[in-house]
Design a protein around this ligand. Sequence first.
Ligand SMILES: [Ca+2]
Ligand SMILES: [Ca+2]
Ligand SMILES: [Ca+2]
Ligand SMILES: [Ca+2]
Length: 341
Amino acid sequence: MKITPYRIALVILLTGLQACTLGQATATPVPATAAPAAPTSIVHTLVPVNLSNAVDTGKAADQDSSKSASNNAAAGGDRFTFGEFERPFNANLMDVYFPYLDIQQAQIYQDEPWIHASIWLKGPDANGGLPGRYALEIDSNRDGKGDWLVLVSRPASGDWSTAGVQVWQDANQDVGGSTAMYSDENMTSGDGFELKVFEDGIGSDPDLAWARISPEDPNLVELSVKLAAVDDDGKFLAGVWAGNDSLNPAVFDFNDHMTHAQAGASVRGFEVYYPIKGLSELDNTCRVAVGFSASGNEPGLCKNPAQPSPAGPSCGLTLNICQQQGYCFVNMDSCQCEVCG
Ligand SMILES: [Ca+2]
Ligand SMILES: [Ca+2]
Ligand SMILES: [Ca+2]
Ligand SMILES: [Ca+2]
């Protein structure tokens, strides 16, 4: 065929028309039949297996608030200034106790290629389910500032599933603010865990993270994430969380994003701040050392009951931090803020 200027012009015109048509098509509402590929098309190649019963390290005990729920309070385990929370209650009145948010114990360990976390809750909601958010926070470089958050919303499956599972990274390293674990003197405007690298099996690795309700215990949420994706040396600190919408990756650390007065307190002994207000329906555990022997001074580490609080040089408290939280003194011997008067 002889190519004439007329034919070239026609081809350009047709191509232009096609492009316009395509442009219009993308702006038109997509019919149901053209919906994005369903998650069932994700091909999984590596699924966690049953968790080991032999591991007895990496356990974190937590307050059982069911015992004090009739008193509309927690009996302990809630120290806002230290990043320890025990708030499985509604705000202000604290007359609704959420057993599905009350962590009793956690266990975290690594078993290549996985990090596994088990979160024991007090009990289900009125419908027999666990409709909260449950998360594993990993501090890869052991500085007390979380690096990764593996979170599942409303786990329902007794089989390992990626449904409702998200993995968040604090890529710009602002979680924890200026003082790891402790409340910062000045509130942060940081973005917490801002980078979502995985959701519902979608991400560069469709097998990155999983969750299930234990087939053996309806009050046990299990999470698994690939070790190599979140830690490079198999040595890390980790703790777990339970919450409703309150468990928002963007506002970590909670005690750097609000004051003690705004958050309130769940223990009646903190009479200046009781009850909980801006921070409610939330529970967490202290952190356990995985893959290394803790010195005892790691920020956020679970305390051996026989061990005193880290004091002296390892205590990160300052008078300014205590004053910002409404206290008047810092006791460096016990590493505690002390009330005024
Ligand atoms: Ca707790
Ligand atoms: Ca608890
Ligand atoms: Ca902090
Ligand atoms: Ca961040």
